[in-house]
Design a binder for this molecule. Structure first.
Ligand code: PHE
Length: 340
């Protein structure tokens, strides 16, 4: 018995298995029903009890060994088959892949969104093509209101009532109409104005507007929120100031300036030597607007604010030409890397 076991072991170990055919021959010779190992098991049945004790274990080992080699060779052959058939050399190092970078406007939009999300604001979006009522009417712009001229508008020629939104306040109208109070939402999006393209202005740009409506919302809430935002966004301890201003949909209205962080208020071209840079418009939502959108203005008050993403980005990265955002010049875009 021992001799036979050794013999088969040596033969199996030396068997050349370099192809699928050979592998099959190996299986037939050793592992099939009529193979050598099976035959030895057959013979083992009729050996004496003493021999059984002596060689039982060894016989089992032999079987495991022979089967093990078959399995290992089978897997090895299969994996080389995949490589050969597909013509792919899996051992080659990969081609380095060049990763793109996010557009600076996306980065800054995301940063603004994250800040307000952290305060519990949700995000709302709307259409870029809207009717006059959503862009102007609901927001307290009378038909002949001169403020309509503040925002030069692109109208649809065949439907003068339909236009490209000039601000994302349109989304706030929609949210107020939905009326799930309290409302705490920010609306990022693209807006259009019929302006000559220059280094400072474009006929399309992006805004983020915020709206908070609840009982007892005050101007102090607005100031504190925007102050926190500005210091966080520009990453330093800035001074802020609110200047009285006018928007048809807010009363009182203000514009917010931050101390010029480029020249430390010493005077430079960015702050036009005033030491202050304007960053956004804001105010308390006019009661008329609340009523236009079906909200009880005796019970609820709210604040709103709006800022241009391009402007915020230009200030943050000290850019001087808004057109760079839309030219897809890789030399410009590649400078903005992010972990987002
Ligand atoms: N909608 C205004 C604009 O586009 C910005 C603004 C929003 C001002 C909300 C006040 C309150 O200029």
């Amino acid at each position: 018995m021992k001799e036979q076991i050794d013999q088969i072991r040596t033969e199996a170990a030396g068997f050349d298995i370099t192809s699928a055919d050979k592998l099959e021959q190996y299986r037939l010779r050793f592992l099939s029903k009529k193979g050598l190992v099976s035959e030895l098991f057959e013979a083992f049945r009729s050996v004496s009890g003493e021999e059984k004790k002596l060689y039982g274990k060894e016989l089992n080992f032999l079987k495991q060994e022979v089967e093990g080699r078959w399995q290992a060779q089978k897997e090895a052959l299969e994996s080389t088959a995949v490589t050969e058939n597909s013509g792919i050399d899996l051992s080659r190092p990969p081609q380095p892949r060049e990763l793109g970078s996010r557009h600076p406007l996306s980065l800054v939009r995301q940063e603004i969104i994250r800040f307000f999300e952290g305060l519990g604001f949700n995000i709302s979006e709307g259409h870029e093509i809207v009717d006059d009522w959503h862009n102007f009417g609901a927001l307290n712009f009378d038909n002949d209101h001169p403020a309509r001229d503040m925002q030069d508008t692109f109208f649809v020629q065949t439907h003068p009532d339909i236009l490209l939104r000039t601000h994302t306040s349109t989304v706030q109208v929609k949210e107020m109409q939905l009326g799930n109070l309290p409302i705490r939402t920010i609306s990022p999006g693209r807006v259009y104005r019929n302006e000559t393209v220059s280094a400072r202005s474009h006929m399309q740009f992006h805004q983020v507007e915020g709206l908070y409506i609840d009982e007892n919302v005050s101007f102090a809430d607005l100031k504190q929120t925007l102050y926190l935002f500005a210091t966080e966004f520009f990453g330093r301890d800035l001074k802020v100031r609110f200047r009285a201003s006018y928007f048809p949909f807010t009363e009182p209205s203000a514009e917010m300036d931050v101390s010029c962080f480029i020249c430390n208020q010493e005077g430079c071209s960015v702050c036009k030597h005033t030491g202050w840079v304007e960053i956004l418009g804001c105010g308390m939502v006019d009661p008329n607007v609340l009523e236009n959108c079906g909200i009880d203005s005796k019970k609820y008050t709210g604040y709103a604010f709006g800022m241009g993403i391009e402007r915020m980005t230009m200030l943050k990265y000290q850019m001087r030409d808004i057109r760079l955002f839309y030219e897809n010049d890789l030399r410009f875009l590649k400078q903005f890397k992010s972990e987002i």
